[in-house]
Design a protein around this ligand. Structure first.
Ligand code: PLP
Length: 495
């Protein structure tokens, strides 16, 4: 059966999976959603035997129905290979009664690698399938991790170029160094004077610029997005939840069909939406626990039904979650609005114009799968320290937000359901915050010395990704004002 996609803001806009991957965002500003969520019609005993690549095929083939088996398996093989430092790709670590699903074993040691290692391959396969002759230009706004993961994924992939915008003062030193040292003839990294939301809004404006689109087409280019709104990002993220379930069952940690909770440290709402889709597919999942940092828009939303971005933007130690507009939430809004495109468009119009919208009580009832809470900076640091002192296991600040919120959830509900916590970044990516939290002195030490110290303290090996950038030269130093973003893109394309 052929699964089609439609825009959340206009149901008459239709696309195949490959077309949706190429477009990224629908022309009306909506996000592509599948007509229905396919069932995971795989027996759990079979699932338990599958490796990561097999699980990826089992899940992704249900969503990307216009890819042939050969095409999809080829994409999977190229993506999930030795770029990951473990053949398990996404291993589980048990600590203090919870299962940490480590999504940071890829090239850039953060979970964005899980989807961005495969997206370029899905995109070039999609281009071929749709007889696209233009060069594909990936335009991305990043709060830190997406940028490097996208750069690593797309660098020197024929037929593509990539431009990444990041908030100049809104990412960690290691994140910035990772990006500005990126090699590849088709890559460009640009800092902006502004925060992540400014970068994302700027990119959205460029995407929506019809005149620019015409100029680009004349010059032989077309835009696509590697941001987490692309279904080519979302679908690969469903895989690891299904995989984690299979492994828990295979290892005798859970009974067949036993429900688990999933905790996700959330920013743009992509990762937790993937967990929600896994549940919709039939994976035995009880609660989806949405963990926010001090930018707790989502916590307030789950509490009140009002999404209100009109508030101070707070820079935290979990910068990849410093977000006030969680773009992927729109897919959930669309679904709980009864797949009503006009209602969805109205909510998003209010968000764009007034910075706020309020869902109906009937919609709020459909959020029962979710639990939301948040962690303050102090709680986040304390969580890192306490887990380390208790178990020796070291987690990064994003994961610590999730771990802390899980603690609050247990205190609130006394729910003893086995729980998977999405561990979204390696502690080596945020060494300074981590070492400070543990109580180690960081004074006078650069981030690499701290990484060495962390390695000794945690008894874990220094990741290759950190070793590589230690001595790499800076190749990108452009910084622009927000209104100059479009001109910077044109300049890079030689237009
Ligand atoms: C992107 C990111 C998140 C947030 O994920 P979303 O899908 O945007 O909700 C959390 N942690 C890390 C380390 C990230 O890079």
């Amino acid at each position: 059966m052929d699964l089609r996609y439609r825009s959340t803001r206009d149901s008459s806009v239709r696309a195949t999976a490959s077309q949706a991957i190429l477009k990224g965002l629908s022309a009306d500003g909506g996000l592509f959603v599948p007509d229905s969520i396919p069932a995971l019609d795989v027996d759990l005993d079979e699932l338990a035997k599958m490796d990561y690549q097999e699980t990826a095929y089992a899940v992704m083939s249900r969503f990307l129905t216009d890819f042939t088996e050969e095409e999809l398996k080829d994409c999977i093989r190229r993506a999930y290979d030795e770029k990951f430092d473990t053949p398990e790709i996404a291993p589980l670590s048990k600590a203090d009664g919870a299962y940490y699903l480590e999504l940071y074993h890829g090239a850039t040691i953060a979970f964005k690698d899980m989807a961005l290692s495969i997206l370029p391959h899905l995109m070039t396969a999609s281009a071929k399938k749709n007889q696209v002759k233009n060069e594909i230009v990936i335009l991305t706004a990043t709060s830190g991790d997406t940028g490097k993961a996208a750069l690593a994924g797309f660098a020197d992939v024929p037929g593509t170029r990539i431009v990444v915008f990041y908030p100049k003062n809104g990412v960690s030193p290691i994140q910035e160094k990772q990006m500005v040292t990126q090699k590849g003839a088709n890559v460009k990294v640009i800092g902006i004077h502004g925060n992540f939301d400014d970068a994302q809004s700027g990119v959205k404006a460029i995407f929506g610029d019809r005149e620019l689109e015409r100029e680009m087409a004349e010059a032989g280019f077309q835009f696509s997005s590697a941001n987490s709104i692309n279904i080519g990002r979302l679908v690969p993220q469903i895989v690891y939840y299904v995989y984690a379930y299979g492994k828990l069952y295979a290892n005798g940690e859970i009974e067949k069909g036993e429900k688990i909770n999933i905790v996700v440290p959330t920013g743009n709402f992509g990762n937790i939406l993937a967990a929600y889709y896994a549940k919709q597919m039939g994976l035995p999942v009880a609660k989806l626990i949405c963990a926010s940092n001090e930018n707790k828009v989502l916590f307030d939303f789950f509490q009140t039904g009002s999404y209100d971005r009109n508030r101070e933007f707070i820079l935290t130690s979990s910068p990849s979650m410093d977000i006030l507009i969680s773009s992927n939430l729109e897919r959930l809004i669309y679904r709980i609005a009864g797949e009503d495109d006009r209602a969805d468009a109205e909510f998003m119009k209010n968000l764009a114009e007034k910075g706020v919208y309020e869902i109906t009580p009937a919609m709020k009832e459909k959020l029962a799968d979710f639990y939301g809470n948040f962690a303050t900076e102090e709680e986040t640091a304390r969580t890192i320290r306490e887990l380390y002192e208790k178990t020796g296991y070291v987690i990064d600040p994003h994961t610590a937000v999730a771990s802390c919120v899980y603690g609050k959830y247990k205190a609130d509900t006394a729910d003893g359901t086995k729980t998977v916590i999405a561990s979204t970044a390696s502690p080596y990516k945020f060494t300074r915050s981590v070492m400070n939290a543990i109580g180690e002195s960081c004074e006078g030490k650069d981030d690499f010395e701290l990484a060495d110290a962390l390695s000794r303290l945690s008894g874990t090996e220094l990741p290759k990704a950190v070793e590589e950038i230690r001595t790499a030269p800076v190749l990108h130093d452009a910084v622009v004002e927000i209104p100059e973003m479009k001109a910077a893109v044109k300049e890079f394309l030689g237009m």
